[in-house]
Design a protein around this ligand. Structure first.
Ligand SMILES: [Zn+2]
Length: 392
């Protein structure tokens, strides 16, 4: 064995111990040895180093059957923080998040719609530097380790925003520019993909290796986790479920993408609003239709149920294709889950082969404005944990 191999194994062991502590929450040294298969003394050496580095802390003891009670170890969430940001057409939202995914601070600014990249990015950079300064003056002992950004559109693996119909931009080298400006790691990803990464890293997808994240609301998006990793496709365009064509009817509704008959034009907020209008002649906002459904308005109930049917047919195809362990439903329209999820699942159960749906865990997230933060923060935190040279 060469010295290089030895270093590699040391690094691998270090990373294995770190991942085991992170995914298990809090563990004793004996648990670590059992969970990783490494010897007790190897685990002790690595843990001593991590304690010195400040990345883990001792949190107390658990009951023991005899002798000294074992001390528990966990990640020191305050060993660092990351910035998570969301770039939207009319708003920039940001959060400072610790290594455990806890929000330390949140802020946002409104933006004028249809801004060109240059004026938008100038404002974005001053928003980010304001957040960094604010954090550094309030928490001087918690270093900012990186930046994670979610944006609607197709993002290349080297952080170029290839195209975004939401912002109306194409080929903007976001990562390069922001890395140069802030001199720290910057990670950029499609917003629905960040949702899936966040669920895998922190959320309800933590214990699954194969699952699908369906985002419902203004758009219909899909994040795909296969064998524990995000599947982005060969051209970073995978998961555009909303723009799969489901109708060849020449009168099929127009989609926001410019094509006709996409799933999004049958199951997004716009579709709910349009169908309600066709039924009643009343043009209401999505919130007003939701309010009407809560008061048992039959037309409002019918349009949400119709949305559920279309989504269910689409999801049944996904289950036939991917045979996942779980389907996680998120997005702003989970606040109407009680009005569409039953119908969705009914169509899934009726249309999957081999009764595959039976083995799929259905998870509907609580409506929350914070779910995106978990995703963008996970982008930066995940990279940080995967690079153990950060702790040399
Ligand atoms: Zn479309």
């Amino acid at each position: 064995m060469t010295i290089g191999d030895n270093g590699f194994i040391k690094e691998l062991n270090y990373k294995t111990v770190l991942d085991t502590i992170r995914t298990n929450g809090s563990v004793s040294r004996a648990d670590l040895s059992r969970l990783t298969g490494l010897t007790r003394s190897t685990c002790t050496v690595i843990c001593d180093r991590m304690l010195k580095q400040g990345i883990i802390i001792e949190t107390g003891t658990i009951g023991s059957t005899g002798g000294r009670p074992p001390i528990l170890l966990q990640i020191n969430n305050r060993a660092g923080a990351v910035l998570g940001l969301k770039m939207m057409e009319d708003m920039i939202a940001g959060a400072t998040v610790d290594l455990g995914g806890n929000i330390i601070h949140q802020q946002s600014i409104s933006m004028k719609s249809e801004l060109e990249p240059e004026p938008y990015l100038t404002l974005f950079e001053s928003f980010v530097s304001d957040m960094i300064e604010r954090h550094r003056s309030t928490y001087p002992l918690i270093p900012v380790l990186g930046i994670g950004i979610g944006v609607g559109g197709r993002v290349s693996s080297d952080g170029v925003l290839l195209e975004s119909s939401v912002l109306g931009w194409s080929n903007v080298p976001l990562k390069k520019r922001l890395h140069k400006r802030f001199s720290m790691p910057v990670h950029i990803e499609n917003d629905v993909n960040t949702f899936a990464i966040g669920e895998k890293f922190f959320g309800s997808g933590k214990s699954y290796e194969n699952f699908l994240c369906l985002s419902v609301g203004e758009g219909i998006g899909l994040g795909i986790i296969i064998e524990g990793k995000l599947f982005a496709g060969s051209h970073n365009g995978a998961g555009e479920l909303g723009h799969t064509r489901i109708s060849f009817d020449p009168d099929a509704p127009q989609c926001a993408c410019g094509k006709q008959g996409c799933l999004e034009s049958y199951a997004s907020d716009r579709a709910v609003i349009r169908t309600y209008y066709e039924k009643t002649g009343k043009l209401l906002t999505i919130d007003a239709i939701l309010q009407a459904a809560r008061q048992n308005d039959v037309n409002a109930l019918a349009v949400f149920s119709r949305m559920g049917s279309y989504l269910g047919i689409a999801v049944s195809s996904l289950i036939n294709l991917f045979d996942p362990q779980a389907l996680i439903i998120g997005g702003e329209r989970t606040n109407a889950a009680q009005f569409f999820v039953d119908e969705l699942w009914k169509h899934v159960r009726a249309n999957t082969v081999y009764d595959l749906a039976k083995g799929v865990e259905l998870i509907v997230l609580e409506p929350s404005n914070d779910e995106w933060i978990r995703g963008v923060a996970a982008l930066a935190i995940r990279e940080f944990f995967s690079n153990t040279t950060n702790w040399r």
